[in-house]
Design a protein around this ligand. Structure first.
Ligand code: PNS
Length: 159
């Protein structure tokens, strides 16, 4: 059983994340999308909301499971018996942080390999942070996120 864990904040999930999930789901028997509890980052969406939104948009992938985790990612990967950590790599600017994290995770747990997947070129400029900013300022986010996420964002900012 080839199992991969795809960790992240997913606040909220974007078309870029979904593209990576789809690619990973074709490569592995099971993909565990794991929403990280990060004490130092307060999100727009709660963990429950992020998970529910993710659940909705991956429902058509039978081998994708949505979970959450706290603590070290490598401990979580070991706990769920994942051999691989998936990370999306958009541009050179992502590289330094991702490289450092991958090597640190390797040092912590040599049995888990990090695999980088590149989303479609049209998503290389996409980030949850920018999508939230555009939505907050009333811009059109329809091409960046699935319909349900766009609705959830509009609802958040209409309050
Ligand atoms: O979507 P993000 O915010 O880029 O995801 C970052 C994430 C969740 C992958 C990273 O912060 C993480 O792995 N957090 C868990 C804590 C941990 O293991 N830290 C040591 C990393 S070397």
């Amino acid at each position: 059983m080839r199992r991969a864990v795809y960790p992240g904040s997913f606040d909220p999930v974007t078309n870029g994340h979904l593209d990576v999930i789809e690619r990973a789901s074709r490569l592995y028997d099971e993909v565990i999308v794991a929403v990280a509890h990060n004490e130092s980052k307060t999100g727009l969406f709660s963990f429950e909301e992020r998970m529910a939104l993710l659940q909705e948009v991956v429902a058509h992938h039978p081998n994708v499971r949505i979970t959450q985790f706290s603590g070290l990612l490598v401990d979580y990967a070991r706990q769920v018996q994942a051999q691989v950590i998936i990370r999306g790599l958009r541009a050179v600017s992502d590289f330094e942080y991702e490289f450092q994290m991958a090597l640190m995770n390797r040092k912590l747990e040599g049995g888990v390999e990090t695999m980088f997947l590149m989303p479609k070129e049209e998503y290389t400029y996409l980030s949850s942070r920018l999508v939230k900013e555009i939505a907050r300022l009333g811009g059109n986010i329809d091409v960046f996120v699935p319909d349900s996420i766009a609705r959830a964002l509009r609802e958040k900012f209409s309050r």
